[in-house]
Design a protein around this ligand. Structure first.
Ligand code: ASP
Length: 334
């Protein structure tokens, strides 16, 4: 898409958000659709479906298996994300994640279900599965977000075991980084980053999860987009869902995932909505050549979209029995 075109689209849709009928929609999940429409949606051949950021076929396979067992989309995203969290070789999620500037691995994660429930943890240390702790926050507390020590105490009280997350490989990379200690909060464009996952179960109900160790060598205490509702993840079961990877500061400033869902509410396809959300970032930040952001989205029909600023982003989609890693289209064609 040409710059001029998406700028034009962007301003049109800002107007659309202000005027959108969604503002007036009832809270009742069923309110927007007639029973005929709901039937048409649910009979789509596109479910079940799992889609995730980056090349994470084992994670999508696990989520798919959970859906085949007749379990919910929520179970699928949790179990799917757990696979990557436990993969010590992935240096941006769970165990093996690259640490902050001080050598501490700090994790952010969130989960959101088809009823609009949300749970998150930020700055959590020493637990392999932050997304599962986030789910417990959602299901067992009157809150939606726990941070740092409080999140740790809660995790312990829920039976999660403490583990050292800094692997030898990540420690070595950090020690290498310390030689120059250049603080460049730039997401390596080729690197596998945050896992964001969206699942639609056989009834057409959508849930999502997002889990990360965040930016490598970040300042102590830094939290990115991934655990923040509307930025790293957003689900509205009437419309669809979206999740993000890449430089969290840019996703936060544009509330990317919420934006994508709202654009879909206005009639855009998941692909158009992802392109426009990337367009918003590019329009606002002339330094976009220096960082990567990628999105995925799914709508109620089980249609998907994905888009990034730069080449190198890919998504993994499991649909109709096929688990595929697919390169994403991108903005910066040079
Ligand atoms: N979005 C994550 C963050 O900013 C990082 C990533 O996707 O690599 O914390």
């Amino acid at each position: 898409m040409k710059r001029r075109k998406f700028i034009q689209n962007a301003s049109l849709s800002t107007f659309g958000i202000a005027m959108g009928s969604s503002v007036f929609a009832s809270k009742n999940n069923n309110s927007l659709f007639t029973s005929e429409e709901k039937k048409a949606q649910n009979s789509a051949e596109n479910f079940p479906l799992v889609i995730a950021t980056w090349n994470v076929k084992e994670s999508t396979a696990e989520a798919w298996r959970v859906l085949q067992d007749g379990k919910s989309a929520l179970d699928a995203v949790e179990k799917g994300c757990n696979i990557e969290e436990a993969n010590a070789e992935g240096q941006s999620v769970g165990i093996g994640g690259l640490p902050d500037r001080d050598g501490n691995v700090t994790l952010d994660a969130c989960i959101m279900d088809s009823n609009g429930n949300y749970g998150a943890v930020v700055y959590l240390q020493n637990f392999v599965h932050p997304i599962s702790v986030a789910r417990k926050v959602m299901e067992k507390t009157p809150h939606v977000l726990l941070a740092g020590k409080g999140a740790e105490q809660f995790a312990i009280s829920e039976g999660f075991e403490k583990t050292n997350l800094l692997t030898e490989a990540s420690k070595k990379a950090w020690e290498e980084w310390k030689k120059t200690s250049q603080y460049k909060p730039i997401i390596n464009i080729e690197n596998h980053d945050t896992i964001g996952m969206l699942a639609v179960d056989k009834n057409g109900d959508i849930s999502g999860g997002c889990t990360t160790s965040g930016l490598a060598y970040k300042m102590a205490g830094r939290v990115g987009d991934s655990p923040i509702i509307g930025s790293g993840l957003f689900i509205d079961n009437e419309i669809g869902g979206a999740t993000a990877t890449g430089l969290g500061e840019e996703v936060l400033k544009t509330v990317g995932s919420f934006l994508i869902v709202e654009l879909m509410r206005q009639g855009k396809t998941p692909q158009q909505a992802c392109e426009e959300a990337i367009g918003r970032i590019i329009k606002k930040n002339p330094n976009y050549k220096d960082f990567q952001v990628g999105y995925i989205a799914v709508n109620k029909k089980g249609e998907t979209g994905y888009y990034s600023i730069h080449e190198g982003y890919s998504v993994t989609k499991y649909q109709n029995g096929k688990n595929e890693n697919i390169p994403s289209d991108f903005y910066n064609k040079k």
